[in-house]
Design a binder for this molecule. Structure first.
Ligand code: C2O
Ligand code: CU
Length: 464
């Protein structure tokens, strides 16, 4: 390799060298592999046995993928699972062919097969990747990892920490995963929610800090269905970005905040605890607080003085502002689930009654249709703006995720909310989103409670 490079450089300056070099170099290099495979890891507290999981490169979370904004991500996905699989790069704007949705944008990769993913990371921020075939099972088994795109210019923080939250349904004796991934009860209710919550695949996450340090915390909710309610203790924080996309004005973290499945939040937090104390990221549940990450503060005196509140992160390039007046309007009516009123719906192009749907383990419908069909929710031309009114007529919250594009909520004031790729919609709520259809292709739009998605809550947007 070295001599090829030298020879090219010797050919002289100018465009020819710049144009030639990348292709010569990549042709000689095999892409880095990302191998999905079974593994055993210590997931539960140390007094328990190891848990058999499925992980990328056998790790939990899977291998961190980290690039600088504008760089290419090239990975040869290798499937060493006993099941077909695919990889989705959650929250990234990319070519539809790289979106990784088995059955919509590619065929699932069979056991023993490979698939080459290759795209440019245009947007800086906190993203993640996960399996997108039978994700209700594959993600629950551990097939996910963080995908971090660093800003072109370094950001002024003392530490940058990724915290992936997930809950696990573990057998209390053996610490093995509950194999009933298709449980009717979970699917028709709030989804698969575990009895054990871990951060980065471990019970105890300890990050040593110093007083007055500023940390960037990148929180990712990788759970199948759990909505985390989180709060800061001994830390003063600002929300810098939702779902990877920076806010124009950072928001002070006041009380507890929610993180729905699929969502991310980037916080800057300043350590205000005294030396020798411990600050925490806390999960609040039923009025109790549980530490999801502990930040023991070193006993030495503070290494620095408190900083001023942070300036906003640089916005990502070319984000369209949806023009509401010219937008085409669509409705998405959510029905079904336990305590829902779904009597019949279209499933696999047939009209089916309630009992037949239950027998097929299907419980939810969008506009009377269960799951993906030939017909998209919306057929849009590139550059067109769409507004979608989402009405939740079910007894459960749903985290609606659109692939390939971030959306803005149309607030009651008529203003646009922050860019998001996953919007949490509570029972009886009606919420409206707007977005500009920028990339051609088939973009799935589904609930990120993964059992819900598999039992009806999925549709797609066609952009041509
Ligand atoms: Cu993070 Cu279609 O999913
Ligand atoms: Cu849902």
């Amino acid at each position: 390799m070295a001599h090829i490079r030298r020879d090219l450089l010797r050919m002289g300056a100018g465009l020819a060298v710049g144009g030639l070099m990348p292709s010569v170099v990549t042709a000689a290099t095999d892409p880095v592999q990302l191998i999905a495979k079974p593994a055993s890891i210590l997931l539960a507290p140390p007094e328990y046995p190891q848990t058999r999981i499925w992980g990328y490169d056998g790790k939990l979370p899977g291998t961190l993928i980290r690039v600088r904004q504008g760089q290419r991500v090239v990975r040869r996905f290798v499937n060493e699972l006993p099941q077909p699989s695919s990889v989705h790069w959650h929250g990234l704007r990319l070519d539809n062919a790289m979106d990784g949705v088995a059955g919509l944008t590619q065929d699932a990769v069979p056991p023993g097969g490979t698939f080459d993913y290759d795209f440019v990371a245009r947007d800086a921020g906190t993203y993640w990747y996960h399996a997108h075939n039978k994700s209700f099972e594959q993600v629950a088994r551990g097939l996910y990892g963080a995908l971090i795109v660093d800003e072109a210019e370094p950001v002024a923080v003392d530490r940058d920490e990724i915290l992936i939250l997930d809950d696990w349904m573990l057998d209390p004796e053996t610490a093995q995963l509950d194999p009933d991934y298709e449980s009717r009860h979970d699917r028709s209710h709030a989804g698969r929610r575990g009895n054990y919550v871990a951060t980065n695949g471990t019970a105890a996450t300890d990050i040593s800090v110093r007083q007055n340090e500023r940390l960037r915390l990148r929180l990712i909710n990788a759970a199948n269905a759990r909505i985390f309610q989180l709060s800061l203790v001994g830390l003063e924080g600002w929300v810098m970005a939702f779902d990877g996309m920076p806010l124009e004005t950072p928001q002070r973290v006041g009380g507890p905040f929610l993180l729905a499945p699929g969502q991310r939040v980037d916080l800057f937090v300043d350590v205000i605890s005294e030396p020798g104390e411990t600050a925490h990221l806390v999960r609040v549940e039923d009025g109790e607080g549980y530490s999801q990450a502990a930040f023991p503060v070193g006993t030495q005196a503070a290494s620095r003085v408190r900083r001023d509140p942070p300036p906003a992160l640089p916005l990502n390039p070319d984000m369209d502002v949806p023009g509401l007046n010219t937008a085409r309007r669509f409705g998405l009516h959510m029905e079904g689930g336990a305590m829902g009123g779904l009597q019949k719906a279209q499933f696999n192009d047939r009209e089916m009654g309630f009992q037949a749907l239950v027998n097929a383990n299907q419980f939810w419908a969008f506009n009377g249709v269960v799951g993906l069909t030939q017909r998209p929710l919306a057929d849009l031309s590139e550059g067109e703006t769409a507004r979608v009114t989402i009405r939740n007529d079910t007894a459960f919250p749903h985290a609606m995720h659109l692939h390939g594009m971030h959306v803005r909520e149309v607030l009651e004031t008529g203003e646009l909310g922050p860019l998001r790729d996953t919007l949490l919609v509570f029972p009886d709520e009606t919420r409206e989103i707007a977005f500009v259809a920028r990339n051609s292709g088939k973009w799935i739009f589904h609930c990120h409670m993964l059992g819900h998605a598999a039992s009806g809550m999925a549709t797609w947007i066609n952009v041509t």
